[in-house]
Structures are given as structure tokens and as C-alpha cells.
Design a protein around this ligand. Structure first.
Ligand SMILES: [Zn+2]
Length: 359
């Protein structure tokens, strides 16, 4: 289904997004990132591109992607496909393309400062601290400081991830929750709020004034079974919020809890920042598509990070990394679109809107 929504470079994805916003009668706003200092591989400027449709106020469907750079190729395709859908005129739609344009352009999950932006939304300046004991212990395995040559080191990582897979949620939590101690390591949350994060929050606060309800879906890849998706919600099971969202979105809903599903609790997360900022008005879902086995995912992350900082076989590391977060499989891609459109339909129903109901 519709392979043509999927792009191979940031520049291609960005140009298609911009063109289609215009073709569908939307309004475009582009927020520069690293202006005058950073660019994509073809020297293209890096921007967070945003499309707006519908009225300036009222119930809002907010879709975002590319917080984790390379994961944005999936969200980009879903946003292009969504622009072909017939939305009710009364519904306000805001689609945010590539919150981390550097990572999407350069095939990294992190941004220009090696920061995992989904660990970076912290509003207290002294809040960028901490690293679990588990991470300290595993740092030398996760982040070896020598060039990436190939598979030679991976058996150790395999062992570690075998442990994680086989029932050590605490360890999964310790590694992936976010750390503020190793600036060249995986899941580094930064030392201050990054440019993308700061500009994104400021823009959202400007766009989302008023008290109308907002349904926000932030698209990611890399956790869970191949082609399947989970809707992660920052709420404990059995809470009123969890029940409400579960009733509307069904069995795909999971809490951010290492014991309960594919994910793990994180610090400095974008979803929590959105929930804290917009309160009762907003429901935030992280739509997480599964790709490969968690062991392969962490191997690819370690290899790419080593290649980035210490060199070696950079092309091999990048190719593997891109496939892990953006599989080429037609089946995976068609399931992604199918799932994404289904979630958007559920979101409309949740906002009290029906598709095709043009007034
Ligand atoms: Zn992600």
C-alpha cells in the first residue's frame, strides 16, 4: 500500500511535506534549527516544518514525528498519507515534521549535540542530573570508546540484551530511562534544554492557546514486534486517565512501565512535558512501531554511536542503523500506514469528530 509516501532522505521527506501542505490548502510554518551552523548532507537548511489546516481554535489533532531523528521517516510517511484523508472542516490539524531535523538528515536518533530529545524536556535548570547504577555498570559495554570495525564486540552486548529480554525490566529501565552523565553515551539527556526542544515548546504554547481539547500523537519506531504498534500513555494502569484512553483506543494502549509493556519510564520526556503544560485539555499518545528484536536495536545503536564518535566502518553502521529504525520491508511499511490511519480515525472519534463530515 502506497509505498510512495516513504522517503529516503531528509531533503526528500521535507520537500514532499512542504509541497503537500500547499497542495492540500494548508499553511506552512518552518522553524529553523542550528541556523547558519548546521545543514543536511546536501547543505539543505534544517527546519522543523509544520502544517496547519482548519480553524485557528477548537478541537485539535496534533501529530508529531522525528523527535528521534531517523525515526521520523516513519512519521513523515504517516503524515503524508494523513493529508489525503477527508477531515471535518471544524477540526483543527497541526502536523509537526521532524522535531529533530539534524538526526533525521544525518541518520542519527539523537540531535546535533548527541542529545536524546525525549530525555531533554526538563524545565528546571538543575534538573539535568542523574544516571542509574545499572547504566554506570554497563557504560563500557554500551559505549565503547574505540572505532566500530564490525561485529567483533557484539557478543557481550548480545548477552546483556538477552538478560534484558528475559525478564529483567529493572535493567531495561536502568539503561534506557535517560542519563545525564555520559555526553557521548546512548540515551544522554543533555545539560540544558536543546534548541529544538525550547523552540518546540514555545511554538506549541503559542499555537495552542485557549481551552479546546487536544489529541496529540507522537510517532516513534524501534520498540515492539515488527510492524505492530503500541500507544504509550503516561498514566498508571487502572487510573481514570488510563481507562478513558483505553476505552477510546483499545488494547494497543500501554503504560510507560518496564514491567507492563514494550517501553520503560523515562525522564525529561516530551509527552510528560506536553501533559504538564496543557493539563486536562490534552491527551498525549506515543505511537511506537516495532521493528527488530531489542538485542538488534541496541547493537545497532551502539555501533552507530561508536562510528559517529570514533570512526571505523561508518557506512555499515549507518546502513544497519537506518534499517533498524526504518525497515525497507513493504509489509512493514504498509502496516505502518494502516496502523497510523487507524489511530487517526480513533483520535477523531475521541475528539467528537467524524471523518468526511465537511460542513
Ligand atoms: Zn523514539
Amino acid at each position: 500500500m502506497s509505498a510512495h509516501f516513504f522517503s529516503e532522505t531528509y531533503l526528500e521527506a521535507k520537500n514532499r511535506f512542504i509541497q503537500k501542505v500547499a497542495d492540500t490548502g494548508g499553511r506552512l510554518q518552518s522553524i529553523p534549527v542550528g541556523e547558519g551552523q548546521l545543514a543536511g548532507p546536501s547543505q539543505e537548511p534544517l527546519t522543523i516544518d509544520v502544517g496547519f489546516w482548519g480553524p485557528d481554535q477548537g478541537p485539535t489533532l496534533l501529530l508529531s514525528s522525528g523527535l528521534h531523528g531517523v525515526e521520523g521517516y516513519c512519521g513523515s510517511a504517516i503524515q503524508l498519507a494523513a493529508m489525503d484523508q477527508a477531515f471535518p472542516d471544524a477540526l483543527r490539524r497541526i502536523f509537526v515534521h521532524a522535531i529533530n531535523p539534524y538526526g533525521m538528515a544525518h541518520i542519527r536518533r539523537v540531535n546535533e549535540n548527541n542529545v536524546d530529545l525525549n530525555r531533554n524536556f526538563i524545565f528546571e535548570p538543575d534538573g539535568f542530573k542523574g544516571c542509574s547504577d545499572g547504566y554506570h555498570r554497563l557504560n563500557h559495554l554500551l559505549n565503547p570508546s574505540r572505532p566500530f570495525k564490525g561485529k567483533e564486540f557484539m557478543s557481550v552486548i548480545k548477552t546483556v540484551w538477552a538478560i534484558i529480554r528475559h525478564g529483567m525490566p529493572a535493567l531495561k529501565q536502568a539503561v534506557a530511562a535517560g542519563q545525564y552523565a555520559y555526553p557521548k553515551g546512548l540515551f544522554f539527556g543533555g545539560h540544558q534544554m536543546e534548541e529544538s526542544a525550547t523552540k518546540m515548546m514555545a511554538a506549541l504554547q503559542e499555537w495552542l492557546i485557549g481551552d479546546a481539547p487536544i489529541l496529540h500523537v507522537d510517532f516513534h519506531t524501534g520498540l515492539g514486534p515488527f510492524g505492530d504498534y503500541a500507544l504509550l500513555l503516561d498514566a498508571v494502569k487502572d487510573s481514570a486517565l488510563y481507562e478513558e484512553v483505553h476505552d477510546a483506543f483499545g488494547s494497543k494502549v500501554q503504560p510507560w512501565d518496564a514491567d507492563e509493556g514494550v517501553a520503560y519510564g523515562i525522564s525529561g520526556g516530551f509527552p510528560t512535558a506536553m501533559q504538564d503544560t496543557f493539563g486536562e485539555r490534552i491527551r498525549v499518545l506515543t505511537c511506537e512501531y516495532g521493528t527488530y528484536d531489542p538485542r538488534q536495536v541496541v547493537e545497532a545503536m551502539t555501533a552507530e554511536n561508536r562510528a559517529h564518535f570514533y570512526g571505523g566502518n561508518v557506512d555499515a553502521a549507518k546502513a544497519q542503523f537506518k534499517e533498524i529504525f526504518y525497515p525497507q520491508s513493504d509489509q512493514w511499511r504498509s502496516r505502518v500506514l494502516e496502523g497510523g490511519i487507524h489511530v487517526i480515525d480513533q483520535a477523531l472519534a475521541f475528539l467528537g469528530q467524524t471523518k468526511g463530515a465537511q460542513s
